[in-house]
Design a binder for this molecule. Structure first.
Ligand code: ASP
Ligand code: MG
Length: 419
């Protein structure tokens, strides 16, 4: 049994969907569960719709119309002749969404976000599943929300593994053994029956959850690139594809900003040693990258990963006294309280400096709180460069004309915060 994941770019228009059918056609003898994201940039568009709904702005109707038209164009191109009842179903989904948009927003922004933005995946899977059935690739559409159980942490749902595992193993597995299943990435459901999303770009993570609970033999993430590269080819002309990666290296790369795999994806796979393939949907026969055990020797290649939108926060005591353990413990608890993620930290006698992902609201609240007891200095709009195997790395070109505000080395990596 294999789990495949197709992201937004792989279903961004009718031709892309046809290409997905071509890729799937090569696996007719496998038991497949196929996880699909919202089409193209639909999630961004639905975020705009949510804003318009929640803040009651005038562009609500026009944004809704844009979402509908985008999908209808794809449907008309994919299945011009068909009067399939499945399209009534899709029409009904739009009616459902429109009704939702007419109701008053009565809960938090994040709650409504999940109720509305989750429609992107529902629509895309309905369309792809219908097209595949018409094209002879018989499959069954399943609602991922019936299987992925989460808490109520909207927009960043935490998976209830026990419940999820039970449902997938008991109900879904026998179905996948009979027929290809098409389902959604990114979405789950909480105990009180509301949609909960797993965080932006979370479809990779969904694929890993399904694979873990299905005891799948592998996961394949189909991308518009050849595999995992050692740097962003747009920034680094000499970027090369990495043929094999250990789980640990993949986790590290994803954590520090390599966008090719969502950071949460690897851990469930590592726990069951399920290999992860990253392959090109344009050249599906090419080898791509394999992430798995006994790939450590291939980890020797230097990787260069950028993480944008970083903030440096320097915290010093108001009276220039030392930053001692008690201070650190209260400082850390504030970071935890506001959910600000620390990427690099450095301590000196009188100050403590961290590099964090800049999230406006969370960071501002944190800083106000820190300022009650400390002197706080910040720099914004920075980038974090993480280089592995740095002894042999060539990275002058990345730091040219930039100021290094913080530098840290350990056995595995060199990290630079750049302005
Ligand atoms: N559609 C969601 C997003 O764009 C999930 C995903 O693509 O992985 O964030
Ligand atoms: Mg996407």
């Amino acid at each position: 049994m294999k789990v495949f994941k197709f992201g937004g770019a792989s279903v961004k228009d009718a031709n892309a969907v046809k290409n997905v059918a071509k890729v799937l056609g090569g696996y007719a003898n496998d038991n497949l569960l196929v996880v699909i994201s919202a089409m193209g940039k639909t999630t961004n568009l639905l975020e705009k719709l949510l804003d318009a709904y929640f803040n009651k702005t005038d562009d609500k109707q026009s944004t809704f119309d844009d979402v509908k038209e985008f999908h209808n164009n794809i449907i008309n191109e994919l299945l011009p002749q068909t009067q399939s009842h499945a399209f009534d179903e899709i029409e009904n989904i739009f009616i459902e969404l429109e009704c939702l948009l007419e109701s008053e927003p009565e809960h938090s922004y994040d709650y409504h976000y999940d109720q509305i933005v989750s429609y992107g995946e529902i629509l895309s899977t309905k369309i792809v599943s219908t097209y595949l059935n018409e094209a002879g690739l018989k499959n069954r559409w399943m609602d991922a929300q019936n299987f992925i159980s989460t808490d109520n942490n909207y927009r960043e749902g935490k998976v209830n593994w026990t419940l999820t595992n039970e449902k997938i193993a008991k109900t879904l597995r026998p179905i996948v053994l009979k027929k290809m299943v098409i389902t959604q990435g990114f979405i789950g459901r909480s105990n009180d029956n509301t949609a909960v999303t797993l965080g932006r770009e979370g479809s990779d993570y969904s694929a890993a959850i399904f694979a873990f609970c299905l005891d799948a033999e592998s996961v394949t993430i189909w991308k518009d690139v050849a595999g995992v590269m050692n740097a962003d080819p747009k920034q680094f002309a000499e970027a090369v594809k990495i043929s094999g990666l250990s789980y640990n290296k993949a986790i590290e790369m994803a954590y520090y900003g390599a966008t090719v795999i969502h950071p949460k994806t690897i851990q469930p796979l590592l726990n069951k040693e399920i290999p992860l393939f990253v392959k090109s949907f344009i050249n599906p026969d090419d080898e791509g990258t394999i992430v798995g055990v006994s790939k450590e020797k291939e980890d020797k290649i230097s990787t260069y990963i950028f993480k944008q939108n970083q903030m440096l926060i320097s915290i010093a005591s108001k009276d220039f006294s030392f930053i001692v353990e008690e201070n650190l413990s209260s400082i850390f608890s504030l970071f935890a309280k506001y959910g600000v993620k620390i990427n690099v930290m450095q301590n000196s006698a009188i100050s403590f400096t961290v590099c964090v992902d800049y999230k406006e609201n969370k960071c501002n609240d944190l800083i106000i709180d820190l300022e009650q007891n400390y002197k706080v200095r910040t720099n914004n709009d920075l980038e974090l460069l993480t280089i592995s195997n740095y002894e042999t790395a060539q990275f002058d070109q990345f730091t040219e004309n930039k100021k290094i505000l913080m530098e840290q080395r350990n056995r595995r990596s060199l990290q630079l915060v750049l302005a």
